[in-house]
Ligand binder design. Structure first.
Ligand code: FAD
Length: 493
């Protein structure tokens, strides 16, 4: 079978590329190794309950905001989005005191100014800065014009130093960093742009999705099929076929072949290159550079299944930092879990109780290294013991923070970076893809173009992670085939 475009992986990036190109009249085929589509958007079912794997909430879905325009284009606005509490979509607990992030830049400033009246002016400046970044996010990537809020200049600055320079009160700096378990807070590397863009989009407005992230994947796949595209599951790409410097197609499941004029890969760039046998068109130095680049940390999630009608649903995320410092990456000096995000699943009907809460905390690959050669279900007792110990710590934090959980947890399930590695194929189970480093911008910010002219990359490893970041990159990848002007015209219609 011959296609215009073959897409490897059905994560958000792969599906969005499939949608964009199908809409432009290209005949696309998406190949997904798993039985379920969506990558980090997958949900898994235990008993009667659905649990989210990656996705938990998005920002900027109100009319005119950053994600709105993109999701209108992808026809995703009709999904059952649920607006989070506008007076506090995020509760940041530092030691024992709570601070709230309110929706809307002014409301955000007013709310925090009550706790930090002496920082009112600096808060206003901070919010204005985020507003400018947020309002320019999409345009900055799709137009070549540089301005004060250009992606490059802000990628080259340190998020940590920016906070030090612009906010005097160290406690307020920690509060402003507090909703940032959605990225890796690495003081020595995190670019200001990543920090500002993500925080800004959530401050615009924050939303959960009733029913879980898999609805996004299902909706996109249905649209692609309606437009004539193919979306195949249980189809693991095992080789990218190259002849004389051009990709001619891919092999999947070790035997089936499909031909394509272009290939877009939504999987980790190092894994993409590993699918291409030795080729003189891909320089060794390029392979080595990509393979050696560090990745962000992974996540350990304790999925709590709750007794029915016992725990009140809260329409906000709770971020807890026992050590008061979000920049210590979730561990205290004794190695114990010190930070967690508690994410409530919206009730299926309009009830007031939740059935499950996810407790997420960062986890480094080094902790997984001893089980790196094992596969799902065959990792041994010491791995199960390790997971149970970690889950106990996370549940301990949850019980301290949400006392109604006491006696109301029916059972729990866990996932580690190894789970992600084996289900979504993420390198080292990294949660947010390749690590961006403001000190080494050129080497850590990858281009969608590879050294083969008709092989492109997409997904969270390239520019920005998260739903908004991946959606923007999908346009950049497809623009290599269609041209950006055509896509922008289509997006604005
Ligand atoms: C724990 C966690 C929580 C998160 N929470 C949020 C959140 O609340 N909000 C937010 O905006 N973002 C969140 N994110 C980030 C967001 O989910 C991701 O940035 C985004 O979904 C990544 O999409 P992707 O297309 O880049 O890749 P992926 O989702 O990783 O998809 C890659 C796909 O490729 C498939 N694949 C791999 N190898 C092959 C192969 N050889 N052949 C065929 N298919 C293959 C995989 O099975 C997978 O389906 C979270 C991520 C994690 C891990």
């Amino acid at each position: 079978m011959k296609y215009d475009v073959i897409i490897i992986g059905s994560g958000l990036g792969g599906l969005e590329c499939g949608y964009i190109l199908s809409k432009q009249g290209y005949n696309v085929c998406i190949l997904e190794k798993n039985p379920q589509l969506g990558g980090c958007l997958q949900t898994f079912r235990r008993g009667k309950m659905n649990f989210d794997t990656g996705f938990h909430y998005v920002g900027g879905l109100d009319e005119g905001q950053s994600l709105y325009r993109l999701f209108r284009y992808f026809q995703l606005l009709n999904l059952p989005w649920q607006r989070m509490d506008e007076n506090g979509f995020a509760e940041i607990i530092l030691k024992d005191k709570s601070y709230f992030f309110a929706s809307g830049y002014e409301h955000f400033t007013e709310t925090l100014s009550r706790d930090f009246p002496h920082q009112d002016r600096q808060l206003k400046r901070y919010a204005l800065f985020l507003k400018n970044v947020g309002e320019n996010t999409l345009n900055n990537f799709t137009s070549q014009k540089e301005n004060e809020f250009s992606v490059t200049s802000l990628f080259e600055r340190s998020a940590y130093s920016f906070l030090q320079q612009t906010i005097d009160d160290p406690l307020l700096r920690n509060v402003l960093s507090g909703a940032s378990l959605t990225m890796e807070l690495c003081a020595e590397k995190l670019p200001l742009y990543v920090f500002a863009q993500i925080n800004s989009s959530f401050i615009q407005s924050a939303w959960r999705l009733k029913g879980g992230g898999s609805l996004i994947a299902r909706e996109l796949a249905q649209s692609i099929r309606r437009m004539g595209g193919s979306v195949l599951t249980n189809a693991k790409v095992t080789q990218i076929v190259e002849q004389n410097g051009l990709v001619t197609g891919v092999q999947y499941n070790g035997e089936e072949q499909v031909e394509g004029k272009y290939v877009i890969s939504d999987i980790h760039p190092a894994l993409t290159l590993a699918l291409i046998p030795e080729s003189r068109y891909i320089r060794k130095i390029y392979r080595k550079r990509i393979t050696d680049l560090p990745n962000t940390c992974g996540m350990f999630t304790t999925h709590l299944q709750l007794k029915p009608n016992k725990v009140a649903y809260r329409n906000r995320n709770i971020y807890l930092y026992k050590n008061q410092n979000p920049w210590d990456c979730g561990y205290s000096s004794d190695g114990k879990t010190s930070a967690a995000l508690f994410s409530y699943q919206p009730p299926e009907s309009d009830g007031v109780f939740t059935d499950n809460i996810d407790v997420l905390t960062p986890m480094h690959w080094a902790e997984m290294a001893q089980w790196a050669d094992t596969s799902v279900g065959k990792r041994g007792k010491d791995y199960t013991d390790f997971k149970n110990r970690k889950a106990e710590e996370c549940i301990g934090l949850a019980l301290e923070t949400i006392p109604e959980l006491n006696n109301n947890i029916e059972r729990f399930y866990t996932s580690t970076p190894l789970t992600y590695r084996d289900y979504t194929g993420t390198w080292e189970g990294s949660a947010y893809g390749m690590q961006k480093d403001y000190n080494h911008l050129l080497s850590t910010l990858l281009s969608v173009q590879t050294q083969l002219p008709n092989l492109f990359l997409t997904g969270q490893n390239l520019n920005l992670h998260g739903i908004l970041g991946v959606s923007i990159t999908s346009f950049l990848s497809c623009a290599k085939i269609t041209g950006m002007e055509t896509l922008i015209k289509d997006l604005n219609q």
